[in-house]
Design a protein around this ligand. Structure first.
Ligand code: FE2
Length: 101
């Protein structure tokens, strides 16, 4: 997310935090993922950009909040990409050099 923020000339810290917090409510509410995160974020003082990005990462799965901003679209895509990377690492743990290029 920080790299995507850099690409779009946006706040790398904000986007990085979005990446770290995007599954904030998953561990406590796995069956209600994305249903509790907005109140948690608002209570912690986060604004619309963070809330929108995190809610929209679950578009089509656990929310109907469609990714629209660059931050929202990036989180949605990066979340899926990290899943792919994790699958590849599990299948080929001895050869990760292509990821580091
Ligand atoms: Fe999630």
């Amino acid at each position: 997310m920080r790299r995507m923020a850099h690409h779009f000339h946006q706040d790398e810290d904000l986007w990085g935090v979005a990446g770290l917090l995007h599954d904030l409510d998953y561990q406590e509410y796995p069956e209600e993922h994305c249903q509790h995160v907005e109140s948690m974020l608002r209570e912690a003082g986060y604004g619309d950009a963070m809330v929108g990005a995190i809610l929209s990462h679950g578009y089509g799965l656990c929310t109907e909040v469609k990714p629209q901003t660059d931050m929202e679209k990036s989180l949605y895509a990066v979340d899926e990409l990290t899943g792919l990377i994790t699958a590849v690492v599990l299948m080929r743990p001895s050869n990760l050099s292509w990821i580091l290029r």
